[in-house]
Design a binder for this molecule. Structure first.
Ligand SMILES: Cc1ncc(COP(=O)(O)O)c(C=O)c1O
Length: 417
């Protein structure tokens, strides 16, 4: 593909140069259309049985994006009290929120219990703490536990969340102990969940994990729901024609696994999944300005205002993001290429968005568009080097561009002192 921005009509006829001039750079730009398409797709993963996709909001908690999930009819997973509060602010009723925290103190559990939000407990000690609180509050008896299924998968060791080497979940061997705590506090276990990792384009590890969780689920009687976790991948190498997650093939292969379980278990509990990245990654890009170009020992560095403070994924996970170059509002064709590095403004040698990549010739003053930045982009942005975080805008279905989070100011940064 020569240009994702053109192929998807990302800006809906708007001139990206004008958007950048109005809102400044670096700037997160989202496509309502692309995000809605992905949210709609995850909502249809299972159609034969009762099912809900829970958008994992850790990927992107912008209020307007949460409202898209609300209107698409999908539910949400939250990992923290802050995320719970954002979901409430977006208008989510409590029964459309699932709280999946780890290692939290009473305050966060209390917020969930007071708001009638179902909690998943990640360890026996958290289950114990939760049980004590429920005893004191006299509500919140229904709960879930997160199982560590003993297997994991993902694009980097840092995103593998199942298996013996991770901190997450309760091991299968401890199921009898789960019941000891449940019985001690009069809790009612209504669901189990797992999440094995992130960004797989081959559905097989996820299907294996579903099968494995359903095997484990047979040890739990009377479950109301079973949650298989997130992890569906997106093609970060789309300009090199990497294929999409094979959603239809995945659905076809998932069905008989569910059928076999339902036949055996006697009924179909509600099935859930927890996709984050898949919902929002491709619907977000970052526009950055090229401020300087230099040669250092034979290597070309394109110095922009998009650094690891704006997008940490390349520095943190060695992640790859496609880049398009925009000059005078037009995408520069991918021809006449040369090898460059794209860096930001942070005083760290790891502050590289792109390493040794063939890109169309870049000039000072150009815009770079960093693709697939809608997930774990702004959500992980920081004020490192005391740089305010960027603004976020959304290109709406009708082509209007609206500001959905203002740029942080220096005053904002000073105001904490
Ligand atoms: C418990 C849990 N659920 C869901 C997700 C979403 O994963 P992804 O964005 O890969 O779909 C994560 C992310 O790590 C997670 O930790």
């Amino acid at each position: 593909m020569n240009s994702y921005l053109q192929a998807s009509d990302f800006f809906k006829g708007n001139d990206p140069e004008k958007i950048a001039a109005k809102y400044g750079t670096p700037l997160y730009v989202y496509s309502e259309e692309v995000i809605r398409q992905h949210m709609e797709a995850v909502g249809k993963v299972i159609t034969k049985y009762d099912y809900t996709a829970n958008y994992s909001v850790k990927a992107n908690t912008n209020l307007e994006i949460l409202k898209l999930a609300l209107s698409e009819g999908i539910n949400c997973d939250a990992m923290s009290m802050g995320e719970l509060m954002m979901l409430k602010k977006a208008g989510f009723p409590s029964d459309r929120i699932f709280f999946v925290p780890n290692n939290v103190a009473d305050e966060e559990f209390e917020y969930a219990i007071d708001n009638d939000i179902i909690v998943s407990l990640d360890s026996l000690s958290q289950l114990e703490k939760y049980g004590q609180l429920v005893g004191r509050k006299g509500k919140g008896h229904e709960c879930a536990v997160r199982i560590n299924p003993g297997v994991g998968a993902g694009h980097s060791e840092k995103v593998i969340t199942g298996g013996k080497k991770t901190k997450f979940g309760i091991a299968e061997a401890d199921i009898p102990k789960i019941y000891e705590v449940i019985n001690k506090y009069g809790l009612k276990l209504i669901g189990i969940n797992q999440h094995i990792g992130s960004q797989f384009l081959d559905p097989q590890p996820y299907l294996d994990a579903v099968e494995n969780l359903l095997r484990i689920a047979r040890d739990f009687k009377g479950l109301k729901f079973i949650d298989f976790g997130g992890g569906y991948g997106i093609p970060y190498h789309k300009l090199d024609d990497e294929a999409n997650y094979p959603m239809e093939d995945f659905k076809t292969r998932l069905q008989p696994i569910l059928d076999a379980f339902v036949a055996d278990y006697g009924y179909a509990p509600m099935f859930k999944s927890e996709p984050g990245r898949f919902c929002v990654a491709e619907g977000g890009i970052i526009l950055g300005r090229v401020n300087a170009i230099k040669e250092n020992s034979g290597r070309t560095y394109v110095g922009t205002d998009v650094g690891m403070n704006t997008l940490i994924r390349p520095a943190m996970y060695d992640s790859y993001h496609d880049v398009e170059v925009i000059r005078e509002g037009k995408v520069v064709p991918r021809e006449d290429m040369s090898e460059v590095n794209i860096s930001g403004q942070i005083c760290e040698s790891g502050d590289l968005i792109v390493k040794d990549r063939m890109l169309p010739n870049i000039e000072e003053g150009d815009l770079v568009a960093i693709l697939d930045a809608g997930a774990y982009g702004y959500a992980m942005a920081s004020t490192y080097n005391t740089r305010p975080r960027p603004a976020e805008v959304m290109v709406c279905l009708d082509g209007n561009v609206k500001l959905i989070r203002r740029r942080e100011t220096y005053e904002d940064l000073m105001s904490l002192f």
